[in-house]
Design a protein around this ligand. Structure first.
Ligand code: PEP
Ligand code: CO
Length: 448
């Protein structure tokens, strides 16, 4: 079945798809995608439309997008405590932004499906042995052996089921009272509570508590969904196109196509070719779409991408996730904003302060400096203010756990400490305390 301009959920196959694993067994791949296509959708079209409406608000400055989670979710870490801690810190950050920043935060996790990674090289060589690169748990395993590194399509099925159980827990937590504003204090984790950030958070939580008690005192009911419930949306990089195709369904109420593997999908910096398979695939589904843009972008290329992905210029459809680097954002972001403003494009401008600020520390760990991250965010805001455009969101690699992967922050993690709790299988993440610190800084900027 085709929709506009010859698009079908398989039309991407007529284009070049970069960053795909070399699946050794095509028959096994086909079997898995057939099985996936029969399984229920993970998210529903109505929820996707709700997110798009919220993002339309962010594009106008009436809400702020908070997108965050692991660089790459690790199958072995999909446990109730890990999911709960990540959710807690997202809730904390959102409440800081809403209460101290005065703007509702749209919570979108890099969660429940962020299992596939683009890599700079197809293979990795260690001590003269060359093996396929690790491409995320939905493709192969990170361990350096031929067995572990051989892509196995069955991991896509496992990824589907783990995404489903993650979503199940997120839905239970967000609807079942855990996320109620009466519990804001309880979201503060022990290791954060003792820190400067934890104490600032505690003060804010007490004020919210008092406000709710006051409402009760004067007879305003607080037993309402706005206080008792929340919604966390899911997102991941739409990298493995056979998986995304298998989860793409027609919405029976509207007859439109949605990729039901997550609410929001994004195209990475390495796969956003205007004539590439990823762009072809995502142009045809109605989800909100993100596109990563690094400092080497070509302006005409970006304009073509915008026209292909959002031909109707629908607000909320397109989020551009800029990842320029803290030192060159001042040179690279303004021309993009000016051109978009001139053309009247509706865009959610989202700042990824992580991916262009990565370096290897003396200890040999891939890391990021908290100050660089904050610098890129601050400059992002300042540039938007100067250009008269709207800073719409932030895109972070973060976790609810007490990891030591990024240096700096209030506790000033130093390079020698990185090995203590360096748990990521891919890029370094902000820990819960560093994430909260970012949220306070952002709140200061969004309240202007
Ligand atoms: C990522 O978000 O983990 C990633 C690989 O980003 P980018 O496409 O911006 O390099
Ligand atoms: Co990453």
């Amino acid at each position: 079945m085709t929709n506009q301009n010859g698009w079908t959920k398989s039309s991407w196959k007529n284009y070049t798809a970069l960053q795909q694993p070399n699946w050794p067994d095509q028959t096994a791949l086909e079997k898995v995608t057939k099985d996936l296509a029969l399984l229920p959708p993970l998210v529903f079209a109505g929820e996707i439309r709700t997110l798009k409406d919220l993002l339309a608000k962010a594009s106008k400055g009436d809400a702020f997008l908070l997108q965050g989670g692991d660089c790459s979710e690790d199958f072995s870490q999909i446990t109730a405590p890990t999911i709960r801690e990540t959710m807690k810190v997202l809730l904390q950050m959102a409440v800081v932004m809403a209460y101290a920043g005065g703007k509702p935060a749209i919570k979108v996790g890099r969660i429940a499906g962020q299992f596939a990674k683009p890599r700079s090289s197809d293979t990795e060589t260690v001590n003269g042995v060359e093996l396929p690169s690790y491409r995320g748990d939905m493709v192969n395993k990170s361990e350096f052996s031929i067995n572990a590194r051989t892509p196995n399509p069955k991991y896509m099925l496992k990824g589907y089921y783990l995404a489903a159980s993650t979503l199940n827990l997120l839905r239970a937590f967000t609807r079942g009272g855990f996320a109620a504003l009466q519990r804001v204090q309880a979201w503060n984790q022990e290791f954060v509570a003792q820190s400067p950030m934890g104490r600032s958070y505690d003060r804010l939580a007490k004020q919210i508590d008092q406000a709710i008690k006051f409402m009760n005192t004067i007879g305003i009911t607080t037993d309402i969904p706005q206080i008792n419930q929340t919604q966390i949306f899911t997102s991941h990089e739409a990298l493995l196109l056979p998986y995304e195709e298998a989860l793409t369904r027609i919405d029976s109420t509207t007859g439109d196509w949605y990729d039901c593997s997550a609410h929001m999908l994004w195209i990475g910096e390495r796969t956003r070719q205007v004539d590439g398979a990823h762009v072809e695939f995502l142009r045809g589904v109605l989800n909100p779409i993100g596109v990563k843009i690094g400092p080497d972008y070509d302006i005409d290329d970006i304009k073509q991408l915008i026209e292909i992905l959002n031909p109707a210029n629908e607000p909320g459809r397109l989020t551009l996730i800029t990842r320029m680097g803290c030192d060159i954002i001042e040179k690279k972001l303004p021309p993009l904003l000016r051109e978009a403003r001139k053309e009247g494009y509706h865009i959610v401008w989202n700042c990824d302060p992580m991916h262009a600020n990565t370096y290897t520390s003396e200890s040999g760990h891939k890391t990021r400096d908290f100050n660089d991250i904050l610098k890129e965010i601050t400059r992002f805001f300042e540039i938007h203010w100067a250009e008269g455009t709207i800073p719409g969101g932030v895109h972070l690699e973060m976790t609810g756990k007490n990891v030591t992967e990024c240096v700096g922050g209030a506790r000033n993690i130093v390079s020698e400490e990185l090995h203590n709790r360096y748990d990521t299988t891919c890029d370094p993440r902000l820990n819960a305390e560093q994430s909260l610190e970012v949220a306070f800084q952002i709140a200061d900027m969004i309240k202007r």
